[in-house]
Design a protein around this ligand. Sequence first.
Ligand SMILES: Cc1cc2nc3c(=O)[nH]c(=O)nc-3n(C[C@H](O)[C@H](O)[C@H](O)COP(=O)(O)O)c2cc1C
Length: 187
Amino acid sequence: VAKLPKKTDFPVSQVRRYLEPGPIVLVSSKWQGATNIMTLGWHTVLAFSPSLIGLMIWSGNHSHLMIRESRECVVNVPTTALTDTVVGIGNTTGAEIDKFSHFNLTTQHAHEVEAPLIGECHASFECRLHDDALVERYNFFIFEVVKAHVAASPKHPETLHYTGDGVFMVSGKVISRRSQFRPEMLD
Ligand SMILES: Cc1cc2nc3c(=O)[nH]c(=O)nc-3n(C[C@H](O)[C@H](O)[C@H](O)COP(=O)(O)O)c2cc1C
C-alpha cells in the first residue's frame, strides 16, 4: 500500500533527478568523413508510427554540428557492461579525439544512414532528422527511426539510467500488469 511520504521543499533546477528518462544512449554520427559518439540522457518517444523520437543535443557539443549538418544519427543502447565507456564518451569531445578508436568500439554499417552502428551496444536505431523546428530554440532534434537492430537476448538488458550528479540507476525487476490494460494500449 502506498504511504503518504513527508515531502520538503526541493530546488526546481534538480527535478531532473526524478524525471530523468532512461536509458542512457550513445548517439553515433558521421559528417565530412569523420565519425563521433556522444552520451545522451535527455530523449523521449514522440510517436509510434511513424516512429518519432526527440533528443536534446546541446549546441556546445561537437555532435550537435555533425548531426545538424548530416541530418542523421544512430541511437545506440548500451548496457552496464559499457558503463565506463558511457562516462568516457560523455566527458570527451569528438572535436579532439576519434572516440571509436579511443574507446575501442566496433563500427558496423547502417542500412539507411551513413553514421555507423556501435557493435557493442544491445540495440541500435538508425535515425533521420524529421523536424528541425525546435533545434535553434531548444537544441531539440526530432528524428524518425528508419531502421532498428536489437539483440535477441537478454530480453530485459541491464540499462543505465542517469539521475544527474555522476550517479546512474540500473534497470531491474520487471512487473507485468497486462490483464489490467485496455487492449488498444497493448502491442
Ligand atoms: C550521463 C551523461 C548524460 C548526458 N546527457 C546529455 C544529453 O542529454 N544531451 C547533451 O547534449 N549532452 C549530454 N551529455 C554530455 C555529452 O555527452 C558530452 O558533452 C560529450 O562530451 C559531447 O561529445 P561531442 O563534443 O563529441 O559531441 C551527457 C553526458 C553524460 C556523461
